[in-house]
Every structure is written in C-alpha cells, then in structure tokens.
Write a protein that binds this ligand. Structure first.
Ligand SMILES: Nc1ncnc2c1ncn2[C@@H]1O[C@H](COP(=O)(O)OP(=O)(O)O)[C@@H](O)[C@H]1O
Ligand SMILES: [Mg+2]
Length: 348
C-alpha cells in the first residue's frame, strides 16, 4: 500500500502541501523535530464543513484538526451530527459545496479521493454490517479481497486479529451465533485488516457490557501506542475520558467545546459536586444558606451543588440527616450537561 504521495497524485491545492509533505513522508527523527517545534503532524484538517439534509442542518460550519497517533473523540447526544462528520471524512457522505470549506485526510480530499482514504483507513460504522450468510473467518476473508491482500497473508493477519480481539474460539461460528459484543469486536477486527493508519469508530461500545467495553478500550490504547490515529464518536463520557486525547463536544451540528478531557474539566466546571437525591426535601434546607461560590443545578428530583470548595460541600453534607446525598468529583458528563443542557431533542 502506498505510504508515499506521488506528486502527481497530490491534491492540486497547495493549501495541503505542508500536511502532505510532513504527513506522509516523515521519518521518526523528523517527527521528533516537528514535535519539538510544536508542529505535530496533522493527519486530518477540517475547515468550515457544513452538511444540510432536506429537513435539518446536520453540520454547521465545523472545523478541527487531528494530530497523528492521537485519539480524537466526538461527544454529543443523538442527532448532534457525529456520524455525519465521520461519514464525510471517509467519503460515505459528501459535504456541502461551499467555497470556504476545505478537508485534508492524509492530504486527500474525501470529496474527490475517497478510495485513497479508504486504503489508509479502517472503518467501524455505527451499525454492524456483517454478512449473516457467512461465518466469522469468511466475513474477514471477503473483506481482505477488497484490499487485495494475498490469501496467505490474509489468513495470518486474520488469525492475529481474532486473537487480538479474543475471538479465536469463534473463528468458524456463524454471525447469528455471536453476541452483540462479539459482533462489535469482529467489525473492529475487520476494520484492522488493512493495518490502517487511521481507525474510525462510530460508537464502538454502545450497548456493550463493561467487560467488553474495557477490552475494546485496552485494544484501542494499544493500537494508539503502536502509531494508529483514532477517531471515534461516543456518548459515553467515561469512554471519552479514558481513551481520547482530545474531545469535541458537539450539539446541533456545532462545536460546543474542544480540548483534552482534563482541560475541559478544569476550564469549564467546578471541581466537586454534592448531589442531593431528594431535591424537594432539600430545597428549603439550603435556600439562603449557600455561599455565593456554589452553583445550583436542579433537575426533576436531584439538586446539585457545584463548588471548588470541597470542605464546604462536605460540611453541608455532614449537616444533613440520612445518606440521601452523594459527594464526588465532577466529570465530563457534568461538563456535557452544563454545556448542552438537560432538555431532550426530537431525535433522543
Ligand atoms: N441521510 C440522511 N438524510 C436525512 N437526514 C439525515 C441523514 N443522516 C443524518 N440525518 C440527520 O442529521 C442529523 C445528524 O445525524 P447524525 O450525524 O446521525 O447524528 P449522531 O451521529 O450525532 O446521532 C439528525 O437529525 C439526523 O436525523
Ligand atoms: Mg451516530
């Protein structure tokens, strides 16, 4: 598979020259130098991308960049535009024609060079699209043919990937015999067949139990360590926190916040929260008695008091009868709810 970009194949637009030059041909030494000068390799550059479907503006002028060998996560409620963005990156969906919109994936524009991107990327779509007529190995073998992988090489690679995703025992099973977690792991194995430089995962662990989720997180961490760049969508805050280097919180097709998960926390929310699980009973108790540094967020039955002053929250909690409260550090879910609100939209 071509790792070098032939000048003739290079996008005709000079805008991407730097990305292509340093993105594809970089030696290890050169990479270190670039990092030292803060010029880390950008594998994905997206500028001013929008997508309008007949009834909805799914993406509204979105821009972001993804550095090589990092994990970039899109976090957002259903209908936020996450899948649409992923689909545009690998050419399954086209962005709106707008003069200011630009995209570079390994130096290629998915609008015109979808196949070149597909060769360098592996995709785990939101829905498992496995062939129920075939067994596990056959599903992988048929895909290896799309990539022109020689049968002998493919067999070896499949055996390695089944082992990597703990599916070896299921090699000859029919797809209908697999659990949800096994099917998801098989789709991940399939996406890794061509040893991709970029792995795109659309909700890789939705609906899976904690064991499978943790196994997938472990494998993704390993792949990243070995040099794969990962792009994923999720609505599990914990997943974003565990494996993403950068997270973009999306809502209604727009970027709400972007940054490393820890930084999103430190910049956007108080450090601690006291959750009172019987909001009605507690409301009177705290009315007027709160310090001005406490932010109150009330949902139907829970009252949340946010503050950076842990001792103060602990004293409040200690003054309460019973144990109908929970004092904890804030997390990405709190940031998410603070920035996108608690209301549901029609697609949720
Ligand atoms: N092919 C399509 N045709 C029309 N509307 C679409 C299509 N794909 C997505 N949408 C709409 O675009 C919005 C964003 O969808 P999507 O990108 O799937 O969101 P997410 O992945 O964040 O849940 C939703 O309102 C969805 O209904
Ligand atoms: Mg989606």
């Amino acid at each position: 598979m071509a790792r070098r970009v032939n000048r003739k194949q290079k996008p005709d637009n000079d805008f991407f020259l730097l990305t292509v030059t340093i993105g594809i041909n970089t030696s290890k030494t050169c990479k270190k130098l670039l990092n030292a000068f803060g010029m880390a390799e950008k594998i994905i550059i997206v500028k001013n991308v929008s997508k309008k479907f007949p009834k909805i503006l799914a993406l509204n002028n979105l821009s972001f960049e993804v550095e090589a060998q990092t994990c970039f996560g899109f976090l957002g409620p259903n209908g936020a535009g996450k899948s649409t963005m992923m689909n545009i990156i690998y050419g399954k969906c086209t962005r709106d024609k707008e003069p200011e919109s630009r995209m570079s994936i390994f130096g290629y524009d998915p609008k015109h060079e979808e196949l070149k991107i597909k060769y360098l990327a592996g995709v785990v779509p939101q829905d498992n699209n496995l062939d129920d007529e075939l067994n596990v190995i056959q599903n992988l073998m048929i895909y290896s043919k799309f990539y022109d992988i020689e049968a002998k090489v493919a067999k070896k690679r499949i055996s390695y990937l089944l082992d990597f995703l703990e599916l070896s025992e299921k090699a000859n099973s029919r797809i209908t015999e697999l659990s949800g977690g096994m099917k998801r792991r098989l789709v991940i194995a399939r996406a890794l067949l061509n040893n991709p430089r970029l792995l795109i995962l659309d909700e890789p662990t939705t609906g899976l139990d904690p064991q499978v989720r943790h196994l997938i997180w472990d494998r993704l961490r390993l792949l990243k360590k070995e040099g794969t760049t990962i792009l994923l969508t999720t609505h599990y805050m914990e997943e974003a926190f565990q494996i993403c280097d950068t997270v973009m919180i999306m809502h209604n097709g727009q970027r709400i916040l972007e940054g490393p998960p820890r930084e999103l926390l430190s910049k956007n929310i108080e450090k601690y929260v006291l959750e009172l699980l019987d909001a009605d009973a507690m409301q009177d108790l705290f009315n007027g008695a709160l310090q001005k540094h406490v932010r109150i967020d009330r949902s139907q039955h829970v009252l949340r008091l946010f503050s950076n002053d842990f001792e103060y929250l602990r004293t409040l909690a200690g003054s309460m009868a019973g144990e109908n409260y929970y004092l904890r550090q804030t997390n990405l879910e709190d940031v998410f709810l603070k920035t996108t609100g608690r209301g549901l939209n029609e697609t949720q």
